[in-house]
Design a protein around this ligand. Structure first.
Ligand SMILES: [Zn+2]
Length: 114
């Protein structure tokens, strides 16, 4: 079962502004360098897609989708650790609804790359 939680864009913006040299916490949450780098990456994708779902006009409840499913490791499992090393072109902004639909399609197609 894949759950896609909408991104907290305001929080990501705060996170992206943190220095990667001295990591402490942001909004009371403990953060690491990779949290900050991930936030910056996500924001780059969102900015490119104009903070809007690429499939419908929604600007709320956005998530990041990996277009290709190449991020699966050899065992066919999702490799979330490495997911954020993927090229920006391989990611797109989707709202929760479109993301769910796409996941359903992916499952139907045996997780094949579209
Ligand atoms: Zn959508």
């Amino acid at each position: 079962m894949v759950t896609c939680k909408p991104l907290d864009i305001e929080y990501l913006k705060k996170l992206a502004k943190q220095s990667t040299h001295k990591i402490r916490e942001c909004d009371g949450k403990k953060i690491t360098v990779s949290n900050v780098q991930r936030a910056r990456r996500i924001l780059k994708i969102l900015e490119r897609d104009k903070f809007k779902c690429v499939k419908c006009p929604k600007i709320k409840y956005l998530t990041i989708d990996h277009i290709t499913k190449a991020l699966r490791n050899g065992k066919g499992k999702r490799d979330n650790q490495r997911a954020w090393n993927y090229k920006l072109e391989d990611c797109q902004t989707l709202c929760v609804k479109c993301h769910r639909e796409k996941n359903r399609e992916d499952v139907k197609n045996g997780n094949k790359t579209r």
